[in-house]
Ligand binder design. Sequence first.
Ligand SMILES: Nc1ncnc2c1ncn2[C@@H]1O[C@H](COP(=O)(O)OP(=O)(O)OP(=O)(O)O)[C@@H](O)[C@H]1O
Ligand SMILES: [Mg+2]
Length: 429
Amino acid sequence: MDMTATFSNHGGTIMVVDDKPSNLKLLGKMLREKGYVVRIFPKGELALKSAIIDPPDVILLDINMPEIDGFEVCRQLKENEKTQELPVIFISALTDTHDKIKAFKLGGVDYITKPFQIEEVHARVALQLSLKRIKTALEEKNTVLEKTLRDLQIAQQQLIMSEKMAALGILVAGIAHEINNPVNFIKTGIMGLQQDIFDLKKLLNAYERCTVKCPDHMFGQQITALKEEIDYPLLSNEIPELVKNILEGVRRTEQIINSMRTYSRMDDVKREKTDIHKLIDAALVILNNRCKNQIIIKRYDQPLPGLYVHPGKLIQVLINIISNAIDALLENDLPVQPTLTIKTSQTSREGRDYGVIEISDNGPGIPKENLSRIFDPFFTTKDVGHGTGLGLSISIGIMKDHHGTIDVKSSDNKETVFSILLPLEQEVL
Ligand SMILES: Nc1ncnc2c1ncn2[C@@H]1O[C@H](COP(=O)(O)OP(=O)(O)OP(=O)(O)O)[C@@H](O)[C@H]1O
Ligand SMILES: [Mg+2]
């Protein structure tokens, strides 16, 4: 078989190391004729130095040489970062299998026995060159794949961040909405009051005119005495001032609400001793307008100690899980009254005590085949634009940060129960 036909020769630099000048000459000539660039070395030491400075593509290395032999040259090549990947083909007159095994153990990639056939040498060199090219191409592909993976991870992180921001947006929008309502009551009330005071002042002015006309009348005297008693001039100046101050307060609160809407950000780096029940209250206030009076909310609170948590993050977990329950209850025509139940309790697991927040809904349930996937990033059964599939994966990440976990129990047409477990004994970070 013509092996040269199998391995095409694209050139390459071959280093030949042999202490016999006749061998060097012969191999050099034959390989040059095959189109390779050949560098010949009569001594291992020189070859080593040259290989480090300018690594060839393949090394043909004689085993039996004085001073440093081929095995030692190979060992030193493999020790050096710059040369350890170079393919070494050993050449030897020895046919001893022991030598061959040693050659491969030292990292040699092939073995040629003297006297050699040039076609065989060429075929073996060409094979190593072609393997080297494949390896380089694979390494390049690998680099591209690694970069793609990194880019994907970054994109995922960014999505997670934007999901966090979206959750925060809901939170802030909910709070702003809840504050806005009472502020509006105050504003409308004070404006009505302003009009009422204006009207009352007209009445008082009429009384005043009466006292001027009939200063000796009994009622006139009473009114004048009363005016003095309450310091009427001061009062009539003070009232508009007080109203003005209240309106200014309202205006500033409205400004704060607008800032909250515009600059929503989460400065939640520190854990704080948190009343879990208050956190649940806050989550429910925020989600209140999503329940649209269609969902019955039941609460069963059992005593829980204050826990050191990141309130802003933990509320995200509550909001994510309660939102999912609300989605499940509102998106489906249920044969029962949609009900969301939130219970707190304490439990022990593997010798550790946990506070438990159990959030359950009587929605359609989670099919068995989906149950193991709901915590995977991007797993969603919701329409495009309605769910990113990140809510639960973010939540489980937050729970891991808190050394806690989330359990879920559900199946088709059964109640879905998410249990958030938080260790009761926590380090204060
Ligand atoms: N209470 C529940 N009832 C039924 N299915 C649920 C419930 N909670 C979660 N799921 C299922 O788990 C999936 C993943 O939930 P996850 O919160 O991670 O993402 P999502 O709600 O689809 O989207 P996102 O929260 O990012 O807006 C949901 O699409 C839904 O199929
Ligand atoms: Mg969700």
